[in-house]
Design a protein around this ligand. Structure first.
Ligand code: DGL
Length: 254
């Protein structure tokens, strides 16, 4: 029994790390589409084709459940993937609903960080229209952040500068929550924590996603495993395999 995780790059490792914490005895196979990362600044139809190609090669390896550990890929392809494949598939969407609910009491605004593509797609628009009755949700695309992350750029000064630049136009006193709507972004949680005012909470969808996965694993009776984690990437670059190992170890040691 093995559980597949898919992302354009190393972002989905933030979700995998959570899954390993919760289900340490399961076997996981993690696939990054290194030939095409980043997705969030490309055309929707191209990205859809990349996703289907990668997922097909994961299916060839034999997986029993699949996590699309990428908000952008989920928005584009989750419905079609579920139609094509009969195994349980878990997707991700920016945690806008819980953020809006958490802010009801304070009346503060919600700021969603995500890729440009996620924020442009009808799925995001539908989500916000459904849950944001009071019009308190604002969105900020961060097109450069996945590049930084893929380059393992975690320098406090460089990244703080980047975030200060992006947030310059916002009055942060008005906001109560920042939602990390891309799985690469939780790599920057500590840096964001150090620059955002203390009253702003930072939320992501990782724990919720892993809870859903764990419920499906029980429901489908997916037992067995030795706590093994395997990595794959579409470009087959040995250096990238090392990078995934390093990044996962970094997340698990936190
Ligand atoms: N990690 C992905 C997400 O959650 C996408 C990053 C990208 O390739 O642009 O949206």
């Amino acid at each position: 029994m093995q559980i597949g995780f898919f992302d354009s790059g190393i972002g989905g490792l933030t979700v995998l790390a959570e899954a390993i914490r919760r289900m340490p005895d399961k076997d996981f196979i993690y696939m990054a589409d290194t030939l095409h990362v980043p997705y969030g600044t490309k055309a929707q139809e191209d990205v859809r084709a990349y996703i289907f190609e990668s997922v097909a090669s994961m299916m060839d390896l034999g997986i029993d459940a699949l996590v699309i550990a990428c908000n952008t890929a989920t928005s584009i392809a989750i419905a079609d993937l579920r139609e094509r494949y009969s195994l349980p598939i878990v997707g991700m969407e920016p945690a806008v609903k819980p953020a809006v609910e958490m802010n009801m009491a304070t009346g503060k605004r919600v700021l969603v960080f995500a890729t440009p593509l996620t924020l442009q797609l009808p799925k995001y628009y539908a989500l916000v229209s459904r849950v944001d009755e009071k019009g308190i949700v604002d969105s900020l695309p961060l097109p450069e952040l996945v590049h930084y992350c893929e380059a393992l750029q975690f320098d406090q000064a460089v990244m703080a500068d980047y975030f200060y630049g992006k947030l310059a136009g916002f009055d942060l006193e008005q906001y109560g929550i920042v939602v990390l709507g891309c799985t690469h972004y939780p790599f920057y949680k500590d840096i964001l924590r150090s620059i955002l005012p203390p009253h702003i909470e930072i939320v992501d969808g990782n724990v919720g996603t892993v809870k859903r996965l764990s419920a499906l694993v029980s429901r489908y009776g997916l037992t067995g495993g030795n706590g093994r984690v395997r990595f794959m990437c579409t470009g087959n670059e040995p250096a990238y395999m090392d990078k995934m190992q390093t990044a996962l170890a970094m997340l698990l040691n936190k």
